[in-house]
Write a protein that binds this ligand. Structure first.
Ligand code: BTN
Length: 324
């Protein structure tokens, strides 16, 4: 019942509804409504109650819950099942667990905070409470494992489209998985999967997207690079942003093998044509970023003129001329 009330209040943000009207709508007693509202408040939802006028969800309310998200889900597969954790080591780990126990494609895991958020190449992803989006989606693509980088690329394009639509500012992608606004990394994407070695297909993949929405204080190691979408989200709650991303991702993912979105991925890249540094294990190489092919591989020219194709996960681009 709590969930139904929350979904109703979410859908009618800015409007009040009386206890009596809610009770009639849901076929319960006014006492039942009062109890549910009390329980929601105890969970941290900010609900204002004015005698004789009724209840409304405060505009400041930005707590994640499957009920609060449900009115905004427009995707058909992504987000049909959502679990939200207050705190969890990693939503990717949790989604992988669910995938192993048979969770269907589109199952979503969200958290208000991650205590061991995972980044690429064994790095961590800073995930403080309530200021970011930490989202993982279980995928069951009928594709071979070589398509994994394209899942990341598809998620990058989908997220970039949504952030640009919301903020009206340029959103760029740094190969392979970082999203930048105003020269700062605001989002990282990590796709992990289980490969069936018999036929090279993906048994499942977990797509993890981490967005700094209004994080201000970053740890020293990432302070000079990390930023938040922050200033543009004053009206937009995290739940709505998540639903928009699920929808945008679903559109691209459904037609993934056609790779049409790769043109946009390339056009949003801010490393193409630039001099870059690449780290191979302990070695560092200078190169020029020439192109990104249709499988998401980066094509670079080495100082001796040789061309090299870099596969996702093989390298890390550390710095590039003229930028941080
Ligand atoms: C990176 O920047 O290297 C990738 C960061 C990916 C972070 C997201 S947050 C949700 C999901 N859960 C994780 O543990 N990691 C991903």
């Amino acid at each position: 019942m709590k969930h139904k009330i929350l979904a109703y209040l979410e859908q009618n943000r800015g409007h009040r509804i009386s206890g009596e009207a809610l009770a009639n709508l849901l076929g319960i007693s006014r006492g039942g409504v009062w109890k549910a509202i009390k329980a929601l408040k105890a969970e941290g939802f900010v609900i204002s109650a004015i005698p004789s006028k009724g209840y409304s969800l405060a505009d400041t309310n930005d707590i994640l819950s499957s009920a609060a998200l449900s009115p905004y889900i427009t995707s058909k597969v992504m987000g049909q099942q959502i679990t939200v954790h207050k705190t969890i080591p990693s939503t990717n780990e949790e989604a992988a667990k669910l995938a192993r126990s048979g969770a269907p494609e589109g199952t979503v895991v969200l958290a208000e905070e991650q205590t061991a958020g995972k980044g690429r190449m064994g790095r961590s992803f800073y995930s403080p409470h309530g200021t970011g989006i930490y989202l993982s989606i279980v995928l069951r693509p009928q594709l071979s494992a070589e398509y994994c980088p394209l899942i990341t690329a598809a998620a990058a394009v989908a997220t970039a489209q949504v952030l640009e639509q919301l903020c009206g500012e340029a959103v760029l992608i740094k190969w392979v998985n970082d999203i930048y606004m105003r020269g700062r990394k605001v989002c990282g994407i990590l796709t992990e999967g289980l490969i069936n070695f018999e036929n090279g297909s993906l048994t499942y993949a977990v797509l993890g997207i981490g967005i700094n929405v209004r994080t201000i204080d970053f740890p020293d190691e990432i302070k000079s690079v990390a930023g938040s979408i922050g200033i543009c989200d004053n009206e937009m709650k995290r739940g709505r942003i998540i639903c928009m991303i699920l929808d945008a991702f679903e559109r691209i993912y459904t037609a993934l093998p056609q790779k049409d979105f790769m043109a946009e991925y390339r056009s949003r890249s801010f490393i193409l044509g630039k001099d870059i540094e690449i780290i191979f294990g302990n070695e560092m190489l200078n190169a020029k970023a020439i192109d990104i092919d249709s499988m998401g591989h980066l094509i670079v020219r080495l100082p001796n003129g040789d061309m090299k194709v870099l596969h996702s996960g093989e390298v890390s681009i550390k710095a590039w001329q003229g930028e941080n």
